[in-house]
Design a protein around this ligand. Sequence first.
Ligand code: C5P
Length: 140
Amino acid sequence: MSPPPPLKITLVAACALIDGDGRVLVAQRPEGKALAGLWEFPGGKVEPGERPEQTLIRELDEELGVTVKEACLAPLTFASYPYETFHLLMPLWICRRWEGVIQKKEHQALQWLRAGRLRDIPMPPADEPLIPALIDLLGP
Ligand code: C5P
């Protein structure tokens, strides 16, 4: 028997916005989408021809209404998770500076949490392994 075909790789760029108190922004996935109701780091799928940093700049504008400069994005860590129908690769950036007021444009809700509190909310299984790097950086 031949081995199963390899899973398609999906590349999603994600960003932890960090406020002046060292808290992290998480966003609740919309109704009707996969993993609805779970809390994620904002971001989205890297479209053909985009660099992930460009994806983030586009997605942070579309989802939150903020303008981020590429120089304000710093890579932190990387998630790799085998969902049933695709394999997700998801690098996580952090960002402490943006322009504009954060608005809830696509998500059900937004909240700012200390990094240690991220363990208390339901997140997609791909996002959970990113939490320790944020705790190392920001404290619990
Ligand atoms: O956000 P979007 O639905 O385009 O993301 C594609 C898929 O990547 C989702 O269905 C979900 O399985 C996964 N994902 C994730 N964690 C995120 C964003 C997306 O696991 N923060």
